[in-house]
Write a protein of this length. Structure first.
Length: 132
């Protein structure tokens, strides 16, 4: 409930009610292919989203327990993205790369933020609307 109170207060005070963004940078990550975890992402360099994520981390700095330790690394090296494919072995990864022809541009608008919380093995979600 404390997290929900902190974030409700934060989002209530926000003047930005929507964030427009464009995903247009392909990131082909082959580092996990040996473990069947290769992935292809489409990134955005939208500074609003990056700043929002850093601000939220700052507000929630006392909550440092991660259910999956790897997610802490993702938060510290935050890269807003859409995952095109993941969990690929080497062969499937090569096929997916070959299917990427031309530029990829995905446009969107963020109108709400959903916080997923796991406490004692129970998952909860809270929606925070950015729109009026």
């Amino acid at each position: 409930d404390e997290i929900k109170t902190i974030l409700t207060s934060f989002f209530k005070d926000q003047t930005c009610k929507q964030i427009s963004l464009t995903f247009d940078h392909i990131d082909i990550d082959e580092t996990g292919v040996r473990e069947n975890d290769g992935c292809i992402l489409v990134l955005t360099d939208n500074q609003h989203v990056i700043d929002l994520q850093k601000t939220l981390l700052g507000l929630l700095f006392v909550y440092k327990e991660y259910l999956v330790p790897k997610t802490e690394i993702y938060e510290k090296d935050f890269r807003p993205h859409i995952t095109i494919v993941d969990n690929l072995n080497k062969e499937r990864f090569q096929l997916a790369k070959a299917d990427l022809i031309g530029d990829i541009v995905i446009k969107g608008i963020i109108t709400k933020v959903i916080l997923g919380v796991v406490c004692n093995g129970e998952k909860s979600e809270f929606d925070f609307r950015l729109e009026m």
